[in-house]
Ligand binder design. Structure first.
Ligand code: UDP
Length: 317
């Protein structure tokens, strides 16, 4: 297949490109590099089945540049970390709305299948726990995170509309917290922040009292789920994430232990609308895709810490 991947220079996007190429597909990666980095794609420079186009999918989209044959569109472009989308709220809304529209039009024009990576943020600060796909969520539509949450909720609605109106073969993944190599060290997310602090021997900054929960999925598990979903007939959203839930305080303690760090833990104010609990119910993914995460947290964190050390950005000195 010839697959167009938006957000190809991003963390999960670049891993998705690797997976598609490994499966023998041809990939055209598109990214405007607002939050992504070409560093994530340098290893693909000499691969003839891969092409990169620097383009903003929200702008007058050059569909012709995508070539005549498009078999699949994988729309992953978006700022995704709270720090990034708070810095670029309008771009975030644009990529979920105009960007999704343009990518759906591309899929429609070519009769291509379409996969969008949505988010657990669709559930907001959830009142149902663990989060099951049929839960409609508890989102503050005007809070600081709303630029991301509502953008993705709109993108899901648009995707369903294209499926219902134009018969596009669509899939919607709701991605929960994911980590691994190629995450940006300073994107503010908890995995790179804690690993960096632990490797430097600096205090780990736990926001609030640390009782909020998350669960962390290693990127290879996530990409496996996305790849399987792309070929499924499920049109409604499917949660992809790791259901192993823990408090952020517990997570900080595990990172200190894993890295053999002398770091202490300090408290910082909890950001507004920070979800108090999050854990995916993955029964649906398990049932229809035969999927569940397999990489243990300690192994995944070790690979991620090694990556940051190799990059030389986190102090190993
Ligand atoms: N967090 C923290 N310290 C940090 C960064 C994040 O305690 O240095 C907390 C944050 O408040 C949230 C959780 O870790 O409760 C996950 O934050 P992240 O930004 O990684 O993603 P989110 O799940 O909130 O989208």
């Amino acid at each position: 297949m010839r697959v167009i991947v938006s957000g190809a220079a991003g963390f999960i996007g670049s891993h998705m490109c690797d997976r598609l190429l490994k499966e023998g597909h041809t990939v055209v990666g598109v990214d405007n590099l607002l939050t992504g980095s070409l560093d994530n794609l340098t290893h693909l420079r000499s691969i003839s089945a891969f092409q990169f186009i620097a383009q903003d999918v929200t702008q007058g989209f050059d569909a012709a540049a995508m070539g005549v044959a498009v078999d699949a569109v994988v729309h992953m472009a978006s700022a995704a970390s709270p720090k990034d989308y708070l810095a670029h709220p309008i771009e975030t809304l644009d990529v979920g709305s105009a960007g999704t529209r343009n990518m759906l039009e591309l899929a429609r024009a070519h009769g291509a299948r379409f996969l969008i990576t949505s988010t657990s943020e669709c559930y907001g600060d959830p009142l149902v726990h663990p989060q099951v796909e049929t839960y409609w969520g508890n989102v503050n539509p005007v809070g600081p995170r709303s630029c991301y949450d509502e953008s993705k909720r709109y993108a899901e609605a648009l995707t369903m509309a294209y499926h219902r109106t134009h018969g596009v073969r669509t899939n919607i993944a709701r991605i929960f917290n994911t980590y691994g190599p190629r995450m940006k060290l300073y994107d503010g997310r908890v995995v790179p922040a804690f690993l960096d602090q632990a490797l430097r021997g600096e205090p780990l900054t736990v926001f609030g009292d640390g009782s909020q929960t998350r669960s962390f999925c290693y990127v290879s598990d996530m990409v496996e789920g996305l790849y399987r979903l792309m070929f499924s007939n499920e049109r409604y959203p499917v949660n992809l994430g790791n259901p192993q839930e823990m408090t952020i305080l517990e997570f900080a303690e595990r990172i200190v232990k894993l890295t053999h760090s002398a770091s202490t833990i300090v408290r910082e104010p909890l950001p507004e609308d920070d979800p108090k609990q999050r854990k995916p119910d993955i029964a649906k993914a398990n049932r229809i895709l035969g999927w569940e995460p397999t990489v243990p947290l300690e192994d995944g964190l070790q690979h991620t810490a090694d990556y940051f050390r190799r990059k030389g950005t986190a102090a190993a000195d």
